[in-house]
Design a binder for this molecule. Structure first.
Ligand SMILES: C[S@@+](CC[C@H](N)C(=O)[O-])C[C@H]1O[C@@H](n2cnc3c(N)ncnc32)[C@H](O)[C@@H]1O
Length: 332
């Protein structure tokens, strides 16, 4: 009988000619999971149905699974409630040549006057165009989501600001304006057309759905055997450590509790669930020390990740985090 580890290796090691081209996230994102990919891979189920990421961000795990050929022929549902993020994913999928054309123009303008270009794009083009989108309905009427009306020009500006702004942050002020200051990069890579083409191909595969939605909506369709990876904004480990401003409203303790209820419900339903979070006391109480979560088969595993450890993002250190799952991790 093949061991669990051998099954997992078989699932992740398809022959080279059947593998898609390797793809990297096209956005930098706070809390992005590139440093944790080898730990996350230990929880990949040997067999599963659909794959879903309800807190997509830059989609580090999705792109890793896709590049390893693990998602071939599966339904994949990628969700986030940040309309700009999902709008840029949809534009890269649906209108890539126009995104690349706009991005190349922005890269040229940036070379001539980096800081001036950044603030002109942010304040005179990006924020006014986002405001217009919020205040006006598109041709599909008032029901159409903002992400579905995102334009290739907006997506190019978001990618440009993400690659040249401070730490790649996406932060909004109280009135919904993007207010991240310029970063200090000597030669930022603004338009990586080859990777964008590979991203567009990955997102265009039949079965891949990209949606602007809140995480709760997974309960409406997730089936036994599906694999769901939840990577919410982390619960703060101290009063100053929190960064949850990806979307207005942040991510409160009530949201963390609601998420725990959903993860427990999906584990009981027979889904494979994997969740990352900080080791804040509230997370320990919701999962590691929680009889309901344990009865649903969930276990909290401590792992170490290399993270920014001060607010300027310059210093990095090893930080303990939780991976919480009803899947037993592979040991090799
Ligand atoms: C830690 S980031 C995910 C990072 C991602 N795993 C990566 O590799 O880049 C959390 C994401 O959750 C999204 N988010 C916050 N509140 C949400 C909600 N209520 N429903 C869905 N997504 C939400 C944020 O917009 C953000 O992109």
């Amino acid at each position: 009988m093949p061991t669990l580890a051998a099954n997992r290796r078989a699932a992740s090691n398809l022959t080279d000619h059947s593998r898609p081209a390797p793809v990297r996230p096209f956005l930098k994102w706070a809390g992005g999971k590139r440093q944790l990919l080898s730990q996350l891979a230990r929880f990949q189920p040997a067999h599963f149905g659909a794959y879903c990421e309800p807190f997509l961000g830059s989609g580090a795990l999705f792109f890793d699974l896709h590049s390893r050929g693990v998602l071939e022929d599966r339904r994949v549902v990628l969700m986030d409630n940040n309309a700009d993020l999902i709008g840029s994913f949809l534009s890269v999928r649906n209108e890539l040549p126009r995104v690349i054309r706009s991005l190349r123009r922005l890269a040229e303008a940036h070379q001539l006057d980096p800081s001036g270009c950044y603030y002109r794009v942010r304040d005179q083009r990006f924020n006014p165009a986002r405001r217009y989108l919020s205040e006006h309905d598109g041709p599909a009427g008032p029901g159409a989501r903002k992400s579905e009306r995102y334009t290739p020009a907006l997506a190019a500006m978001l990618i440009y600001l993400n690659h040249t702004g401070f730490n790649g942050l996406f932060r909004l002020n109280a009135s919904g304006g993007f207010n991240v200051p310029a970063g200090r990069y000597v030669n930022p890579r603004i338009c990586d057309a080859n990777n964008l083409r590979a991203v567009s191909t990955a997102l265009s595969r039949p079965g891949v759905e990209v949606r602007e939605n809140r995480f709760e909506s997974v309960c409406e369709w997730a089936m036994p055997g599906d694999f769901l990876y939840f990577d919410p904004p982390y619960a703060p480990t101290s009063a100053t450590s929190s960064f949850t401003a990806y979307t207005p409203g942040g991510f409160s303790s009530d949201d963390q509790r609601r998420l725990q209820q959903i993860v427990v419900e999906l584990a009981r339903r027979g889904c494979h669930v994997l969740l990352s979070n900080s080791t804040a006391p509230e997370v320990t109480a919701l999962y590691a020390d929680n009889v309901v979560a344990r009865a649903a088969g969930l276990r909290a595993h401590r792992v170490t990740a290399r993270r920014a450890i001060n607010s300027r993002g310059a210093a990095r250190g090893l930080v303990d985090e939780y991976l919480i799952s009803n899947i037993s991790p592979a040991t090799d």
